[in-house]
Design a protein around this ligand. Structure first.
Ligand code: CAA
Ligand code: FAD
Length: 378
């Protein structure tokens, strides 16, 4: 299908072995108790999974997007909670800093995120600004040599464990989306606090919480880009982030499909392995086809990005399709497992719960349709 390079094949092998050896053993317990995978994330830092596309000059892996997507797929196959921490750090925080940060910002913040076990968070959403992301209520008041940030950010992945937050806030409300700025804020800054960890349906081990800002002083040198660049920064960064989440959806679906395929050959009913019942084999055929279509869209979007082509639409298409397919494939995987699919031990019920979030975050499926339709109708 795609002629992967020797390096890309090696990345898949290493990521798969890592996921099976280091993530699989505790994944059910971490999900059950919503326990944050601190040790596992640290190991992912050690393996170089947290700053894969960052320039080696700043301690990163210097890899292409396709390699990153391959690793995301393999990690997500086993543990989607670890995968979302990886996705946010790589494609939202590191990428945004690398692309738009100054040399000083990169040296101070990007290097530790890529190679120093620091974790990043991307703070765009608010209690009343999710899909309608430009409707920011968080205010960044401009002072002589600093900004004063106040407001609440919602649903922040890596919220409690992040060392570095990228925070979008409104400086010039009269300018609408063009008045928004983006700031680098360190976790130990006075006035920054976090809420309770959310008790979620899926990706339960991942760390999601609110981030509260009360008159947080942010030096001017921590603003990224020109005054008013914050919304464009968020949109540009999310274009790539969506490819990462599409890869997460692909990985979750792929993990569920592989388990269903195996189970259908082992489980017997009416004297034959259940795959010999046509309805089960047809389910597997549909799952395999949708998986293949997801894979092609995800790799295609990654290759667009690597080739310097626009990936706004291909990224949104990949995320839309892969997320919808992940929900269908994981639901069918539970069905093929029958009652066993409904209990934790067989993994597929977790995958079905985990798949749901891929239709919601980094732009809901409906928002992807807005991005795609605007482009084809303009
Ligand atoms: N690049 C650069 N600029 C862009 C842009 C892009 N991709 N998209 C929009 N802009 C600019 C526009 O050009 C426009 O500027 P002009 O007025 O000069 O033309 C300005 O931004 C406003 O754009 P729109 O009018 O298109 O904005 P909108 O209010 O209609 O919203 C939207 C568009 C696509 C719906 C956007 O709000 C959106 O993407 N919403 C979803 C938010 C989202 O994905 N959040 C994810 C949070 S992070 C997360 O979820 C992480 C995680 O879970 C792990
Ligand atoms: P709303 O925007 O209120 O949407 C509600 C429903 O209305 C959805 O079905 C939506 O598709 C639909 N809708 C809204 N507008 C339209 C429209 N114009 N046309 C058609 N349908 C529409 N955000 C961050 O900034 N950083 C993070 O790290 C982060 N991590 C997250 C982790 C988790 C586990 C979760 C649950 C969310 C996370 N988010 C994060 C927030 C996430 O991006 C938002 O939840 C998402 O963008 C949707 O926003 P909302 O929840 O406010 O829903």
């Amino acid at each position: 299908m795609i002629d992967f390079s020797e390096e890309q094949r090696m990345i898949r092998k290493v990521a798969r072995e890592f996921a099976e050896k280091e993530l699989l053993p505790g994944v059910i317990e971490r999900d059950k108790h919503a326990r944050y995978p601190k040790t596992e994330i640290n190991k992912m830092h050690d393996m170089g999974f947290m700053g894969m596309t960052v320039d080696p000059a700043y301690g990163g892996g210097g890899m292409d997007t396709l390699s990153y997507v391959i690793a995301m797929e393999e990690i997500s196959k086993v543990d989607a909670s670890c995968a979302v921490a990886m996705s946010v750090n790589n494609s939202l925080v590191c990428w945004g800093l690398q692309k738009y940060g100054t040399d000083e910002q990169k040296e101070k913040f990007l290097r530790p995120l890529a190679s120093g076990k620091k974790l990043g968070a991307f703070c765009l959403s608010e209690p009343e600004a999710g899909s309608d992301a430009s409707h920011q209520h968080t205010i960044a008041e401009e002072k002589e040599d600093h900004y004063l940030l106040s407001g609440t950010k919602n649903w922040i992945t890596n919220g409690k464990n992040a060392d570095i937050y990228l925070i979008m806030a409104q400086t010039h409300p009269e300018k609408g989306s063009h008045g928004i700025n983006v700031f680098i804020v360190e976790a130990d800054t006075d006035g920054l606090t976090t809420g309770e960890k959310e008790d979620k349906m899926g990706i339960r081990a991942s760390d999601t919480c609110s981030v509260m800002l009360d008159q947080v002083v942010v030096p001017k040198e921590n603003r990224i880009g020109e005054d008013g660049f914050g919304f464009a920064f968020a949109m540009k960064t999310l274009e790539g982030g969506r490819i990462g989440i599409a890869a997460q959806a692909l990985g979750i679906a792929s993990g569920a499909y592989e388990r269903a395929l195996k189970y259908a050959q082992e489980r017997e009913a009416f004297g034959v392995p259940i795959y010999k019942h046509q309805d089960v084999s047809f389910k597997l055929a549909d799952m395999a086809t949708e998986l293949e279509a997801s894979r092609l869209l995800v790799y295609h979007a990654a290759m667009d990005k690597d080739a310097g082509r626009s990936y706004t639409v291909s990224g949104s298409m990949a995320k839309l399709y892969a997320a919808e397919a992940a929900m269908k494939i994981t639901t069918e995987a539970v069905q093929i497992h029958g009652g066993y699919g409904y209990v934790r031990e067989y993994h597929v019920e977790r995958m079905m719960r985990d798949a749901k979030i891929t239709q919601i975050y980094e732009g809901t499926s409906e928002i992807q349709k807005i991005v795609i339709s605007r482009s084809i109708l303009k």
